[in-house]
Design a protein around this ligand. Structure first.
Ligand SMILES: *Cc1c(COP(=O)(O)O)cnc(C)c1O
Length: 359
């Protein structure tokens, strides 16, 4: 068996330690005599799995007690609707657009209320993060929404914008667990699991308790945070197996990596090595504002679309897969989430250097 170096933007690579542990427990979890997939979500053994997953997440992210953790379905895209449905108390929200996902989120919210686009970085092809202050936001907005790491363009907020008393909502799908973040600065954080938390099918919402209870009357029950919180994410069948794998990823982060500070150190080292190589090379370029670069999604181009194509094909043949840029921007993108090893990044750099020499 030969495993590839997987630079997919999502679903992304999962640590081998997790896959091996899951494989060893596939037919029989503990003493249960069954796979986690086959278990009743109401069984004691599964209740322990979900409780332990939440406990590990709270511990790793240092989530304050006045926040609920919800294990939901529907992906981050469902949250584009769930957020306004639950948080638009008076019907006003401010959105910052820094890429396609935040634009989709804003468009979805427009269906439910008055949405103000505070800034839109499309004017420079989303190569930067705007510098915003409290004065940029409406003080009577119900919330401000940002996308913390732009998976497609490869930029990240390097600061948490000051929104005053207005709750800050962040899509952290491609950022969560990559480094420590002060949860108390946010009203709500959501993330699809398939970038840094585990397999697709699970969406995590971390929400401050005082924001619950304001859902619009017509909010579907399944999208109502209060209902999900009251039922411990078990109003219906939760994505049981994805939650279990997420628990293993969290265990790996804690025991094998040593927590989010350590993860950050490793992630920054990986990304900076790759950016330094790109900046020094004559062939490759990263188009983004240096200080706004993402540590998770590293985009680069050769400046020649045909050569980009050739690069992607050669990389694929050499075992560096899913490195093609998003279909809307072209070029290349190496997504180097937590599970991408430093060795994988070193090997990619060697490959890029060889390709540059021969082209
Ligand atoms: C991948 C991604 C999404 C879309 O997630 P789905 O789970 O496919 O709905 C939304 N936002 C960000 C930042 C992403 O990276």
């Amino acid at each position: 068996m030969k495993r590839v170096y997987n630079f997919s933007a999502g679903p992304g690579a999962i640590p081998e330690w997790v896959l091996e542990k899951a494989a060893s427990e596939m037919l029989c979890y503990g003493e249960s005599g069954q796979s986690v997939m086959e278990m009743s979500h109401r069984s004691r053994v599964y209740e322990e799995i979900i409780a332990n997953t939440e406990k590990l997440l709270r511990e790793l992210m240092n989530i304050p007690d006045n926040y609920k953790v919800l294990f939901l379905q529907g992906g981050a895209s469902t949250q584009f609707a769930a957020v306004p449905l639950n948080l638009m108390k008076t019907g006003k929200a401010d959105y910052v657009i820094t890429g396609q996902f935040s634009k989709k989120a804003a468009n979805e919210a427009k269906r439910y209320g008055d949405v103000k686009i505070v800034a839109d970085t499309n004017d420079k092809n989303n190569t930067y993060i705007p510098k915003l202050t409290k004065a940029d936001f409406r003080p009577d907005a119900d919330y401000v929404h940002i996308c913390f790491n732009n998976t497609i363009y490869g930029t990240t907020w390097q600061y948490i914008p000051d929104t005053g008393d207005v709750p800050l909502v962040a899509d952290m799908s491609s950022f969560i667990l990559s480094e420590p973040i002060d949860v108390s600065k946010f009203g709500l954080i959501y993330a699809g699991a398939q970038k840094n938390m585990g397999p697709a099918g699970l969406t995590v919402v971390i929400v401050r308790e005082d924001l619950l209870g304001n859902a619009k009357d017509f909010t579907p029950t399944m999208l109502n945070y209060q209902v999900m919180a009251d039922n411990g994410s078990m109003y219906n069948t939760p994505p049981t197996y994805s939650i279990y794998i997420c628990g293993l990823v969290l265990q790996w982060l804690k025991e094998q990596i040593g927590g989010l500070e350590k993860m950050k150190e490793q992630n920054h080292k990986k990304a900076n090595k790759l950016y330094d190589f790109i900046d020094a090379s004559k062939l490759y370029k990263n188009p983004n504002n240096k200080e706004d670069r993402s540590m998770m999604n590293v985009t680069f181009v050769t400046g020649d679309a045909d050569l980009d194509k050739e690069f992607v094909a050669a990389a694929d043949a050499a075992g560096f897969v899913n490195i093609k840029g998003h279909r809307s921007v072209g070029g290349m993108r190496a997504s180097i989430y937590n599970a991408m090893t430093p060795e994988g990044v070193d090997k990619l750099i060697d490959f890029m250097a060889d390709f540059e020499k021969s082209h």
